[in-house]
Design a protein around this ligand. Structure first.
Ligand code: AMP
Length: 307
């Protein structure tokens, strides 16, 4: 069975949207990636760090979804990473209210022996040197390494980010971040500049407007499913990335053609993620509802056009 190794935050999030607000709930990029990838029945592990305040019931959520947590270090007396954000009325933009790094400040990822031979590695949004340290611990080069990052690391650790970009295959970033990283306004030119940094595939996420995949001169576009109810976009990008990686791991095929399917699968799972606050919708997804929604995606984009 294929193995997917995901590194990223496991967090407490407090979220405010125009529809309401939460207390401190389970969040973190690693959490969303893991929950999403695990829908494919592959071996999935999350590598992260939490404090002693991280409740057992959250570990139970991971275990109920067959996620390996050997690589989630629990720091004695430590406090779990805490993030709080408030969404604007458009639900696309948000303000970060609080970021308490806590145990994340001294995070040194330790990859469990049983995942040092992972087929696919997803480097969630963390300091680029933490992402690089993950790769250095692997037994051999994985089939595919996917990286997510954000403008914060471009502002504060650009040289380190460039170092890690030389060792990865796919980058997932949003359109604004792609513009910042490349210095190009056109996202087509931005993707070309990012290839020059050593990355073969560039995925540009455009939130409710879907995602684009670039490789050489090939471009593929997938829409996001138009939804009646969007309650909380937190983690949608990570859920997308987890679904993308999980699909490639489960099929064992990393061709551009199969990446198109992986993008659709990732977009499909992201559409569930936003329907409820936090991870609620992702905790108990079943195969039937995923299949039904994949069909809705196919119907949305299929047409018969004679040229
Ligand atoms: P997204 O909505 O895809 O940006 O992901 C949201 C998740 O990222 C939340 O669950 C947060 O816990 C986590 N997060 C927020 N800020 C950071 C940060 N600076 N580094 C890593 N993870 C973060």
């Amino acid at each position: 069975m294929s193995k997917l190794l995901a590194i990223g935050t496991v967090a407490f999030d407090k979220i405010e949207t125009p529809f309401g607000q939460t207390d401190k709930i389970l969040g973190g990029a690693g959490t969303y990636i893991g929950l999403s990838a695990s829908t494919l029945g592959i071996k999935t592990a999350i590598v992260s760090v939490v404090g002693e305040d991280f409740p057992k019931k959250y570990f139970d959520i991971f275990h109920n979804n067959n996620i390996n947590t050997e690589g989630i270090e629990v720091v004695k007396g430590g406090k779990t990473f805490y993030w709080s954000g408030r969404y604007h009325n458009d639900m696309n933009s948000r303000d970060t209210l609080i970021t308490d790094l806590n145990v994340l400040e001294h995070f040194n990822p330790i990859i469990p022996d049983s995942f040092k031979d992972a087929d696919i590695v997803m480097l969630g949004n963390l300091h680029p040197l933490t992402q690089l340290s993950t790769l250095k611990q692997l037994e051999h080069k994985p089939k595919l390494v996917v990286l997510d990052t954000m403008n914060y690391w471009m502002d504060t650790a650009l040289d380190d980010l460039h170092k890690v970009l030389k060792h990865i295959d796919v980058i997932t970033i949003n359109d604004e971040e792609a513009r910042q990283l490349s210095g190009e306004y056109s996202i087509v030119k931005a993707a070309k500049k990012i290839y020059e940094m050593g990355v073969k595939y560039v995925i540009i996420k455009k939130g409710e407007h879907g995602a684009l995949l670039f490789n050489d001169n090939n471009i593929f576009f997938a829409p996001a499913l138009p939804l009646e109810d969007v309650f909380d976009p937190t983690g949608a990008g990570d859920t997308f990335a987890g679904g993308f990686c999980g699909f490639l791991a489960s099929t064992g095929n990393i061709s551009f053609e199969n990446m198109k399917n992986a993008i659709i699968y990732g977009s499909c799972l992201a559409s569930f993620c936003v329907e409820k606050f936090g991870t609620q919708r992702m905790e108990n997804l079943n195969k039937e509802e995923i299949s039904k929604r994949l069909k809705a995606f196919r119907d949305l984009t299929q047409y018969d056009f004679t040229i």
